[in-house]
Design a protein around this ligand. Sequence first.
Ligand SMILES: [Zn+2]
Length: 417
Amino acid sequence: MTPGASDICHRTERRIGYFTALAAVFVALLSAVLGPNPAAAAGPEVKDLRIGIRENETRFVIDLNQKVEPRIFGLPDPYRIVIDLPEVDFTLPAERLGAQGGLVERLRYGLFRPGTSRLVLDLRSAAKVAKTFVLPPDGAKPWRLVIDIVPTDRAGFIAAMRPTPPVVGRTATPSPPLRTDPVRRAVPVVAIDPGHGGVDPGAIGKSGVYEKDIVLAFAKEIKRQLEAGGRVKAVLTRNRDIFLPLRDRVQAARRANADLFLSLHVNSHKIASIHGFSAYTLSDKASDAEADALAAKENKADVIGGLNLSTYSDDVQNILIDFAQAKTNELSVRFARDIMVREVSQIARMVKRPWRSAGFAVLKAPDVPSVLIEMGYVTNRQEERQLRDSKYRRALSGAIARSIVQYLETNDSAAVR
Ligand SMILES: [Zn+2]
């Protein structure tokens, strides 16, 4: 038995033998945990995570610097187990994101909303929590939250799911009413939406860079450049590394009375040579299969974040939305196809047919012209380097900011003054 295996099991639990297969993997991890502890952080900290496998059971262990109260529940379609903790710092090796083993196909974690950090176990098949317990520090071992997962069938999964706890800040915010008249303000407002965040990293680059970090840096730079001229106000849907449901992004734009909504993304592809910038508008019929697949991928953000979509489907005002959306969509297309693509092509490489359309959930504000851009491919070496480079970021953000101002200058309902 190695020190790695002993860390998985408490000494009162005589199950150490089950986890020997795991031992070798964790020897290295354990040495990190045992290393000298720098000045203790004020708040709770997740110091490491491990997945242990035995015949029929998968054990998930969270190392913490203090005791925390978890809230654990299941979500179906696809099967996930969600572990909510109070807001914690994740001070652990980056490669834990995406860890897998046993019943766990993929592990994700991050800030879910202020005050709550979330870990999501994407499951290979239906499984339920057989046991959860907390182990106090023991010698060099820190606080440990241990969760044992066993296989079940669909009925068993549903039966074991606890009702999803109420989500703060969502139930109490009704949709703002649809606008009937253009809103006149001193300066027009643009909502800039950095995609993904928190528990949802988005695309992952060759170097390990995350889409969520790239697009946040771009959003801040575009806002800076837009507001430098004093003629446009920019609001960000998120300004830090936090998960945000797609519908909340749309609502943020509507609450801000935005004249334009721009969602920022970067793309990935298994073929490394694929590259280029593209701009998307909303359509119920996708312009091509590729755009359709991309929309499906981006729309999964809520699932990845561990959101229960079944609580979420009752979109009211459908008839009004259809009516308002046709007019809104004309404006979105004008911005994406006629202005943005032309302006950005002076800075960035473009995909063939750089304007496309598909059913992106984040573009569904009925009364705010909305465009989603994929600023390049993090799976392409050259573009990944560019997207991380501050000089390129300033240049591309400049082109995007210019196209926003051009659009607003030529739009009656939101003229730049
Ligand atoms: Zn994305």
